[in-house]
Design a protein around this ligand. Structure first.
Ligand code: SF4
Ligand code: SF4
Length: 232
């Protein structure tokens, strides 16, 4: 994103709306800090500029990777849909992605207002590789991994995005090791992250509840039921 400073009248509208505080006014003209800008297009899409001074630019590799992980309407090449993770995480009653004895895990690194560099993904994948987890093929983050399923491609490691979601599944027996990884990464990561667990609801109980709480985590249960689609 670029600002045509010759047009800018210094109203400050774009400064307020930018989720990464990448825009600042210098001598009553808006300027974008390219390192902080995640190419989310919020400043331009909301038509808040009274003089139309905010212009999208043609992004080159590797910067172009910022957009699908930050712009909610930019479709990702892997999923073909906008968004930083796959829909199926939330619709297991339809897709049956996570079977009996399996747990789905999502680790969302970064948030609007904070963001993350892509190198943070490796903090998790390096440790998860020792456990043996199965990454979701359709997930945008899986496409960023090298063949070893550990490292992020070198040329994009330092790119900044709003957030990136690691998606995988593990057997119930391996879940404690995943929880240990989360505890290990927590004090060394330079941004925020949140963890989602998907498990089946069996015998009126959430099978992983006790195990997760024993590891010192507090659960906030959520359920999603897709009404009327049961014939699929
Ligand atoms: S594209 Fe997004 S991150 Fe970049 S300056 Fe505009 S609002 Fe800020
Ligand atoms: S919204 Fe437009 S006129 Fe206002 S500060 Fe930003 S670029 Fe300048």
């Amino acid at each position: 994103m670029k600002i045509k400073t010759d047009l800018c009248v210094g109203c400050g509208n774009c400064v307020i709306i930018c989720p990464t505080q990448a825009i600042s006014l210098i001598d009553k003209k808006a300027h974008i800090n390219d390192e902080l800008c995640v190419e989310c297009a919020v400043c331009q899409r909301n038509s808040l500029c009274p003089v139309n001074a905010i212009k999208p630019t043609r992004l080159k590799w590797p910067r172009v990777i910022r957009s699908p992980f930050s712009n909610v309407i930019a479709p990702h090449k892997v999923t073909g849909i906008p968004g930083r993770g796959t829909e199926e995480m939330k619709t297991n009653d339809l897709t049956n992605r996570y079977g009996k004895g399996e747990v789905g895990v999502s680790i969302e690194i970064g948030r609007p207002g904070v963001g993350t560099h892509l190198y943070n993904i490796e903090l998790f994948t390096e440790r998860l590789s020792k456990i043996g987890v199965s990454y979701e093929k359709e997930s945008p983050v899986t496409a960023l991994l090298e063949e070893d399923q550990i490292h992020i491609k070198d040329d994009i490691k330092n790119e900044k995005v709003l957030s990136a979601i690691i998606e995988f599944k593990v057997s119930l027996e391996k879940l404690p090791h995943v929880l240990d990884v989360i505890k290990e990464v927590d004090p060394i990561i330079d941004t925020v992250f949140s963890v989602g667990l998907v498990s089946r609801f069996e015998n009126e109980e959430i099978p992983i509840k006790e195990l997760v709480e024993r590891h010192g985590f507090q659960l906030r249960p959520n359920a999603k039921i897709n009404m009327g689609l049961g014939i699929l």
